[in-house]
Design a protein around this ligand. Structure first.
Ligand code: AR6
Length: 166
């Protein structure tokens, strides 16, 4: 099941929330900053031991003070025109997050709109990649029963809703 909501991902009472991180895993702005602020320093302390993360990959930590059990730090692609492997890397973030959730026994996962903020991926192009990769991964890992996409605004939600209907 895939849900689309407007809200704050840090407040989601799910087993795992996905962070839109960068390859250092040492924090940043946007949703990354919000997660570290709300979750407290324990998350960054764990991130320091992970040695960074490649674009398209995902690494897990605990969730500090957040309601979730885990944060899945996904490194989305920076948009460079679309011919530099961006869709493959964005799909991989969603696939790896669901796979990692299944490994950790997490059944419910919340995603932000990875790469569509500071990384500049056009929302209308990111939405179908994110939705279809998540659907494929959930078919492969049926123990993960809910993926909730959490957006800051209705316009972003509308793009993902259109992708979900296609
Ligand atoms: N809950 C849900 N969505 C949010 C929240 C929130 N609390 N805060 C922001 N968003 P971005 P990226 C939305 O820039 O494009 C960081 O500095 C935001 O409106 O957070 O993958 C990292 O360290 C947008 O729709 O992530 C990296 O350096 C979406 O989350 C870089 O930015 C993603 O925007 C990653 O850039």
């Amino acid at each position: 099941m895939i849900e689309l909501v407007v809200g704050d991902i840090t407040e989601q009472a799910v087993d795992a929330i996905v962070n839109a991180a960068n390859s250092t895993l040492l924090g940043g702005g946007g949703v990354d900053g919000a997660i570290h602020r709300a979750g407290g320093p324990a998350i960054l302390a764990e991130c320091r031991d992970l040695g960074g993360c490649a674009s398209g990959d995902v690494k897990a930590t605990g969730a500090g003070n957040l309601p979730a059990k885990h944060v899945l730090h996904a490194v989305g692609p920076m948009w460079r025109g679309g011919n530099h492997g961006e869709p493959v890397q964005l799909a991989s973030c969603h696939q790896r997050a669901i796979e990692l959730a299944a490994d950790l026994g997490d059944r419910t996962v919340a995603f932000p709109a990875i790469s569509t903020g500071a990384y500049g991926y056009p929302v209308e192009l990111a939405a179908p990649v994110a939705i279809h990769a998540t659907q494929d991964a959930m078919r492969a890992y049926p123990d993960v029963e809910l993926a909730r996409f959490v957006f800051r605004d209705e316009a972003t939600l509308a793009s993902y809703r259109e992708a979900l209907g296609s």
